[in-house]
Design a protein around this ligand. Structure first.
Ligand code: HBI
Ligand code: FE
Length: 291
């Protein structure tokens, strides 16, 4: 059994064959709604000027700041009208093939639970705040909506080719921890950053991590951290470019990947487009929000 509480091998009792469960919005307590509001206010105190326009526009378009945990029955019609996506609760991390099938059909899966008041700063598992505040606003952007569906379809193929680890890195360094260029400077679009008070600052301002121009093959070779701030962030020129990169034929890249070594998180290659050659001081000090 994983150290995650919410990992199952088969749909747990109450879940449908596709692993979805009801949100059961009426059952959320006031403490849980207050937790959403606390997290939301804390992020919105720092995200203007840091989050991408696509993210901030999505947040507004879906009215996620009306107080308390969003009711999917209210949110989904708005999202569906914009890009055809809908959000569905699942009991926790679902198997890759289930995850990819949902994405390939414009369904985003979200945790149903929200973190406890004493867990505000760090959770290992995606709760509804990470998934809905972090991921869902970007799904209102047509190019990102197309990218996520293309990613889902690519995942199904990668799984059959034994290249899931490489594809998971693409998700990690874009959907979770991606940065983007903008006329005003670097902006955040990755859910793992934008839903984190500390990493929203670290990812843009700290001299420690590398910041490298996005390259599909480079990203797919690069290992990542799941327990702490990233030691490298990849920067896309635009969401549209990321979409086109993902709609290409991956065959040649997959062939080259098979024979290539994984890259350590802190490496800088001669061919990298380096925006920041980081000091790696944070990681050297042991990380985990080193004071
Ligand atoms: N399940 N609920 C949930 N949420 C995820 O983000 C998720 C998942 N299962 C698998 C998975 N992500 C990974 O395969 C992706 O990171 C590639
Ligand atoms: Fe996530």
């Amino acid at each position: 059994m994983s150290d995650f509480e919410h990992v199952f091998d088969t749909p747990p009792p109450g879940a449908a064959a596709d692993w979805t469960i009801d949100q059961n919005w009426d059952a959320y307590t006031q403490v849980e709604h207050d937790t959403w509001d606390t997290l939301y206010a804390r992020q919105m105190a720092i995200l203007p000027g840091r989050a991408s326009d696509a993210f901030l526009n999505g947040l507004n378009a879906l009215d996620l700041n009306t107080g308390g945990i969003p009711d999917f029955a209210v949110m989904n019609p708005k999202l569906k009208a914009l890009t055809g996506w809908t959000v569905h609760c699942v009991p926790g991390l679902v198997p890759d093939d289930v995850f990819f099938d949902h994405l390939a059909n414009r369904r985003f899966v979200s945790g149903q639970f929200i973190r406890k008041p004493d867990q505000l700063d760090y959770i290992q598992e995606p709760d509804i705040f990470h998934d809905v505040f972090g991921h869902v606003p970007m799904l209102t952007d047509p190019d990102f909506a197309d990218y996520m569906q293309a990613y889902g379809k690519g995942g199904q193929r990668a799984a059959s080719l034994g290249l899931l680890p490489q594809l998971a890195r693409l998700y990690w360094y874009t959907v979770e921890f991606g940065l983007a260029q903008s006329p005003q400077g670097l902006r955040i679009y990755g859910a793992g950053i934008v839903s984190s008070a500390t990493e929203s600052v670290f990812a843009l301002d700290d001299p420690s991590p590398n910041r490298i121009g996005f390259d599909m093959e480079r990203v797919m070779r690069t290992l990542y951290r799941i327990d702490d701030f990233q030691q490298v962030y990849f920067v896309i020129d635009s969401i549209e470019q990321l979409k086109w990169d993902t709609l290409q034929d991956f065959g040649p890249i997959y062939d080259r990947l098979r024979g290539s070594e994984d890259l350590p998180v802190d490496v800088v290659l001669p061919q990298d487009r380096v925006l920041t050659h980081g000091t790696q001081t944070y990681a050297a000090r042991g990380g985990r929000f080193a004071a």
